[in-house]
Design a protein around this ligand. Structure first.
Ligand code: ACO
Length: 381
């Protein structure tokens, strides 16, 4: 990802959503053979959020995207591209991004899902920034969202203590000025695919009674190996991306690593010699939310005013694939962002209601059109 920039892709909006249901370590210790202390000491996680039965990856994506569009003051009808990074889409198809596009009423947008494990959001951000830089789009909404609770084996103590649900979103917009997403490093090593996977449900092992009984539709992970891999690639990718933009690790003002395990983050931070006050973590409250982890953490850090214009931010992630990715961002928006006036909040509320009606109308029209067509064909015969 060389740094030949024609125009910048700037972050102008950010949003996050976490389900309200909290699952604590104590709750888990009543479900599997573990303890509050073990989870806290070995992972740094205290609690995580779990989606309610009515919540899905699309519904959480929508909430995060709406929040990000509010901050950017971007009319959803003007959104040009929507990317949802996820390993827990609502369906294999249609893409979750298309469900979000419909609910937003983003009628001029392209939309697709991106699967790159927990690195998916950083991959998506890099892709969207590149498309904006070359002039193909003027804006994009990049979302990382997961309902990992639906693929977590709640009887497996090796995995169920780690994961949580949530969504985060960023709005990127073109701008002729310096800053925004500067460069990214995207890498993969498929030879490690078996270390972290969802064995069944794909073309290799379609769903059968057997795959269900053998619990093959849940996350399977070799935790120790993933730990070793992550501890190596986080510092490596960070150094590479910083070098790409001609800066030094010491220049990083905000470091946002994938929120997988506190010990992995500490080991990377130690190796990179980044002062702890420049590292953002919210892992204790949300656990590992896979693709949602980086955008949720970044959005929270921005809301807390942790960056100023000109600051260098590095986000770095690793995950299933194996994949890893880092991106360097120069912050370019003055903070805090003024609150929207009431009339604008009402206007947006109206737009989302209108989007629902329009979606319903298009479905109805499609059915009517098919019915008229069939009627015409019937008369011809
Ligand atoms: N409670 C109590 N004991 C446990 C638990 C638990 N929840 N889980 C494992 N143990 C036991 C193991 O069975 C093992 O017992 P044994 O020695 O008798 O065999 C012992 O604890 C030590 O196991 P380790 O695997 O060595 O423990 P470790 O310190 O490595 O921690 C962990 C395990 C937390 C899973 C760690 O390896 C880790 O975080 N790995 C990275 C995982 C990760 O980040 N995955 C996400 C990737 S991103 C994505 O795409 C979703």
């Amino acid at each position: 990802m060389a740094n030949e920039r024609r125009r910048g892709a700037h972050i102008t909006g950010w949003g996050r959503y976490a389900p309200t249901r909290v699952l604590t370590n104590d709750d888990l210790s009543r479900m599997v053979d573990t303890s509050e202390e073990w989870i806290r000491q070995r992972t740094g996680i205290l609690e995580r959020r779990v989606a309610s039965s009515g919540e899905t990856t699309a519904s959480m994506s929508l909430r995060a995207a709406q929040a990000a569009l509010d901050v950017a003051e971007l009319d959803p009808r003007k959104v040009e591209l929507i990317i949802v990074a996820t390993v827990t889409p609502d369906h294999a198809f249609p893409a979750t991004a298309c469900l979000v596009q419909d609910a937003l009423g983003a009628r001029s947008a392209g939309a697709f899902d991106l699967s790159a494990g927990c690195s998916g959001f950083v991959y998506g951000l890099s892709l969207a920034a590149g498309l904006i830089e070359v002039g193909q789009y003027d804006n994009a909404v990049v979302i990382g969202a997961e309902t990992l609770s639906r693929i977590t084996d709640w009887t497996d103590r090796n995995t169920c203590v780690l994961f949580g649900d949530g969504a985060g979103a960023l709005v990127l917009q073109a701008n002729g000025t310096r800053g925004g997403v500067l460069a990214s490093v995207l890498r993969a090593d498929g030879s490690g695919g078996d270390l972290l996977k969802l064995p069944a449900g794909g073309s290799v092992q379609p769903a059968t009674t057997e795959t269900v009984n053998q619990r093959q539709h849940y996350i399977h992970m070799d935790g120790r190996e993933v730990f070793r891999f992550a501890s190596r690639v986080l510092p490596e990718a960070t150094r590479q991306v910083v070098e790409l933009v001609g800066r030094k690790v010491e220049d990083i003002v905000l470091f946002v690593p994938h929120q997988a395990n506190g010990r992995i983050i500490q080991s990377a931070v130690r190796a990179l010699k980044i002062p702890p006050d420049r590292v953002f973590t919210n892992l204790a409250r949300y656990g590992n939310t896979s693709s949602a982890s980086v955008p949720m953490a970044l959005a929270e850090a921005i809301d807390e005013g942790r960056v100023r214009k000109g600051d260098l931010i590095v986000c770095v992630a690793f995950g299933a694939g194996l994949t890893w990715a880092a991106t360097a961002i120069e912050w370019s928006v003055p903070l805090p962002v003024p609150k929207s006036p009431r009339w604008r909040i009402f206007w947006r509320w109206m737009l989302y209601r209108l989007a629902r009606i329009q979606s319903w109308w298009r479905r109805l029209w499609r059915q009517a059109d098919a019915w008229i067509q069939r009627l015409g064909e019937g008369e011809d015969h």
